[in-house]
Design a protein around this ligand. Structure first.
Ligand SMILES: *Cc1c(COP(=O)(O)O)cnc(C)c1O
Length: 240
């Protein structure tokens, strides 16, 4: 593993447990600040989403204690079990769905999330719109774009984007706030971030959710307004 300047080196020197969640979050915040500064951006324009999927309760509670209030989850059911109760205690939470959404989970997603970042097909636009009307709750929406045109990956294909945006507006009455992407793992992320920004500009959108633990600084240099950082903030996810 090659470390860049300023990068946390906890995982490779085996001191993950000694680094507190507070230290990790402060480290990420200062890296966000430096990356923003390097391109003349105001760091206050960049929202840090803490990706809490799979993380154990003690880490979640430690993160909440730091004042972190924006969290990303990629499964609806898992998000309910982690956040339904905590939401009562922390009314200023912002929960963002960043994983693929099945149409039959639309109502649950609308009920729980403040932002859904993964709208990517007409059928989902229809079920989300119906759920919003039924529940009288309107989470903000991002459209996920499959910038690498990977067959296994969710997201609207770039050349279908403007048609899709028009459809969700005209047919479903939905307002879209921004775009989200997950670049292919085996390619440099920069060109994908630049491409997403270009697509947003062309379509009159100004919010960009891009960048994760390994590349959020690059994403910020390319205009990210929302970065989604999981393992670098919480520690590695334990799937066992
Ligand atoms: C898990 C996940 C992240 C966070 O990944 P890390 O590498 O742990 O920062 C970001 N975005 C999406 C869509 C994810 O599923």
């Amino acid at each position: 593993m090659i470390l860049r300047e300023g990068e946390l080196c906890a995982s490779n020197i085996g001191m993950t447990d000694e680094l507190s969640i507070l230290d990790r979050r402060n480290e990420i915040l200062s890296r966000i600040q430096s990356a923003a500064q390097s391109v003349g951006r105001d760091h206050n324009d960049i929202i840090l989403t803490a990706v809490s999927k799979v993380q154990p309760d003690d880490r979640i509670d430690a993160m909440l204690a730091t004042g972190q209030r924006v969290y990303g989850e990629n499964r609806v059911q898992e998000a309910y079990s982690r956040w339904e109760q905590r939401r009562e205690e922390f009314p200023d939470l912002e929960l963002r769905l960043i994983g693929p959404l099945q149409t039959n989970k639309s109502e649950e997603a609308v009920a729980l999330f403040d932002v859904i970042e993964t709208l990517d097909r007409p059928k989902l636009a229809k079920t989300l719109s119906a759920a919003m009307q039924k529940l009288g709750k309107h989470p903000r929406l991002f459209v996920q774009v499959n910038t690498g045109e990977e067959p296994q990956k969710a997201g609207v294909l770039p050349h279908d984007l403007s048609t899709f945006l028009k459809l969700v507006k005209d047919d479903n009455g939905l307002t879209i706030e921004g775009l989200m992407c997950i670049p292919p793992v085996d390619e440099p992320a920069g060109p994908h971030f630049a491409f997403l920004r270009k697509l947003a500009n062309e379509n009159g959108l100004f919010k960009l959710s891009m960048g994760m633990s390994s590349d959020f600084e690059t994403a910020i240099r390319f205009g990210a307004t929302h970065v989604r950082v999981g393992s670098a903030m919480f520690g590695e996810r334990d799937y066992t």
